[in-house]
Design a protein around this ligand. Structure first.
Ligand code: ATP
Length: 234
């Protein structure tokens, strides 16, 4: 297993947001975490990337216990994250934003930059535009491209389709598939359960800080409970 989350508990003050979550992601997979608002999806991703401390439990990555490793060190071992809300630096150009993703790396990064521009032709066209003036969908592309510039083994994506028009949602999902085809493992958090389950190999359903189901994604598309709760009915 590339990534193993083992019985993690995470608190915000006295409130226990994550109450013993375990999940695994194998190299090459796309795994999705679905669940209602507040279920703990974002917190789970932040705990994996080191942005939230865990109270107990363990996160293993590539054979190493990284539970207490600082966030920037996790980037260095191969965990890349595109955060919810994107966090694009508004005053920096698209290229400068992308280069920020490579801050832990040395050497010639032009080839990697070209690869990102190949995945996102829109960013290539607008490479000198200020990040803050890019549209919502374009900023989402910048955030994903920036995470890719760290050359992650696993890419953590938090709600990449949030706030996007349907056509752009389809585009982002196609690009995630392409990123995976090129060899990057993906852990995807999505409200858009239907499309996430169509894209992913496996899925976990989170409810109030616990995993209540895990299965091949295709099985969950046919699961009556999942359909009723997350896929808008029958
Ligand atoms: P959403 O889809 O709405 O983003 P989520 O599944 O990602 O939801 P989290 O953001 O992980 O859920 O939140 C899990 C729980 O932790 C929620 O009850 C939330 O209110 C709480 N929580 C999240 N961030 C904080 C914070 N900074 N301080 C206090 N409580 C928090």
């Amino acid at each position: 297993m590339l990534l193993e989350v083992d019985d993690i508990h995470v608190h915000y003050g006295k409130i226990e947001a994550i109450k013993g979550v375990s999940l695994q992601v194998d190299a090459g997979e796309i795994v999705t975490l679905i669940g209602a608002n507040g279920a703990g999806k974002t917190t789970t991703l932040k705990t994996i990337s080191g942005l939230r401390p865990l109270t107990s439990g363990r996160v293993r990555f590539d054979g190493q216990d990284i539970s207490r490793l600082a966030g920037h060190r996790r980037v260095m071992v191969g965990i890349g994250q595109s955060p919810e809300g994107r966090g694009v630096f508004p005053g920096m150009t698209v290229t400068e934003n992308l280069m920020m993703g490579a801050y832990t790396r040395k050497g010639d990064l032009s080839k990697d930059l070209d690869e990102v521009f190949e995945l996102f032709p829109r960013l290539a066209e607008r490479r000198n535009q200020a990040g803050g003036t890019m549209s919502g969908g374009e900023q989402q592309m910048v955030a994903i491209g920036r995470a890719l510039m760290s050359k992650p083994k696993v890419l953590l994506l938090d709600e990449p389709s949030m706030g996007l028009a349907p056509m752009l949602v389809a585009q982002i999902f196609t690009i995630i598939k392409e990123i995976n085809n090129r060899g990057t493992t993906v852990l995807l958090v999505e409200q858009n359960a239907q499309q996430a389950l169509q894209l992913a190999h496996r899925a976990y359903v989170l409810e109030t800080g616990r995993v209540v189901k895990s299965a091949p994604a295709a099985d969950l598309l046919d699961d009556p409970q999942v359909r009723a709760a997350y896929l808008g009915g029958e």
